[in-house]
Each structure stands twice: as C-alpha cells, then as structure tokens.
Design a protein around this ligand. Structure first.
Ligand SMILES: [Zn+2]
Length: 238
C-alpha cells in the first residue's frame, strides 16, 4: 500500500478544509504532490482546517501545508504554488498532472477545472462542503459524466454559503472520502459513476448515479467557455 501512488503527479487545488487531510494522506503514499492555493490563513479557518494554528495567520495556505507535511512525504516530491488557478495560468500549473484533487470553495474555478480536465483528459476529484453537507465525485474524461453533465451549467447549491456556516468536521470528512475515491481509482481502476452526498445531520452517505449527457456542452460538444475567458479570475467565488 505504501507506494501505491509512486510516480503519480497529483495537483491539489485549495488547501482549506477539503484539501488538507487529502494532502496529508497522499503525501505518505509516494505521489508527487503539488499544493496550490493563493489564499492566506485567517482566524476563521482554524476551526475546520486542522493543519493551521495561530502562528500561521497571514501565511499562504499552500506554503504552510507544505511546511507541515514535508517530512511525511516518503520521496520528498512535494511542491507548492502560491497562486489561484485561473484561465491564464491553469495550463502552466496543472500541465503535467495525472490527477487533480479539487478542493476550492469556488464554483467558477470548479467549472474551469472541469473544462481543463476534459480537454486534457485528466481524471479529477471534485469536493464541496456547505453547512452540514458534503459532496464529492470522481470524473474520468470520456468515461464518466463530467461536472457539467451533473449541473447542466447551473451553480450547485447553495448559492451563498458563508464559511462560518460550515460544520467544522464536514470538510475533513469530505477530504478523507475523496481520498478514498482517488485510491480506489488508482488501485483497482474503478471508474465510479456516482455523485456522493454526505449528510452530517443524518449521518448518511447517499450515492446518485450520474449519466453522461449526450448534448453536454463541455464533454460532448467540447465548448470551453471558462478556459477561453481571459478575464476569468480563480479568486472569484460565485
Ligand atoms: Zn459532460
């Protein structure tokens, strides 16, 4: 199990709650990991982002996580990028990824990553947390439904989720479950076609099968609106 991800290039975008435990776990499995985030640590993050403490306030999140987990990396192939991913830098940052673990809080960035992953045929894991709920899904271009097949281009709920409304354990739960989905894909090549919905109030995990949409603008018609929008900024959340 120790070297299951040996030589695999994994980019983790977003080092808040959804990305932290994934980074911690994957760093000890042999993967070459790139940690990507332009954001800085704030007081309000500490409650649900367990790698950060008060000494990290004001520091870049990707660099801080790098410093916290660098000694866990069995092959020391760990790097960080202090930038938000947007249409102008996505190719430079994600170019050689074998897999992308998306852990941003941004619907637009998620849609941008979906377009890029479909164009480059890079499998990716989508994660999302809000309130007492978490969501995650594996997307393997050409083989499973893409994010746009799921949403039809509509923003996923909620439209206005404030960070202070997220139940503290939910992002970590999503991070660990998303990591399991990733390992299952690499270990057994299981192309899971389910969208997973976790409820911390019901303590339930629901799976919803998502079919590829024949007329999907992204994975069928290959229309990449976000990638072609040079004004698109990854910082923008909604
Ligand atoms: Zn699609």
């Amino acid at each position: 199990m120790k070297e299951i991800l040996n030589g695999v290039n994994i980019s983790i975008i977003g080092l808040g709650g959804n990305g932290q435990l994934a980074s911690t776990l994957l760093s000890s499995l042999g993967a070459q990991i790139r940690l990507i985030d332009g954001d800085t640590v704030e007081q309000s993050n500490l409650q649900r982002q367990p790698l950060f403490d008060e000494d990290d306030l004001g520091m870049n999140k990707a660099e801080t996580v790098y410093n916290k987990i660098k000694n866990r990396s069995i092959n020391k192939k760990l790097s960080f990028v202090r930038e938000y991913v947007d249409s102008s830098n996505i190719n430079a940052i994600l170019g050689n990824s074998d897999l992308i673990f998306e852990a941003t809080d941004s619907f637009l960035t998620r849609e941008l990553i979906n377009e890029y992953a479909v164009m480059k045929k890079i499998p990716w894991i989508m994660t999302n947390s809000y309130g007492y709920f978490g969501e995650f899904m594996l997307i393997v271009p050409d083989e499973t439904a893409c994010l746009n097949c799921l949403t039809g281009g509509k923003r996923m709920i909620p439209l206005n989720c404030h960070a202070d409304q997220i139940s503290p354990p939910v992002p970590s739960t999503v991070s660990v479950m998303g990591t399991s989905l990733l390992l299952r894909y690499f270990q057994d090549r299981i192309k899971d076609e389910n969208f997973y919905f976790y409820s911390a109030t019901l303590m339930e995990l629901q799976k919803i099968k998502v079919n590829k949409v024949k007329e999907c603008r992204v994975c069928s018609e290959l229309i990449f609106e976000k990638l072609n929008d040079t004004k698109f900024l990854g910082r923008q959340i909604f």
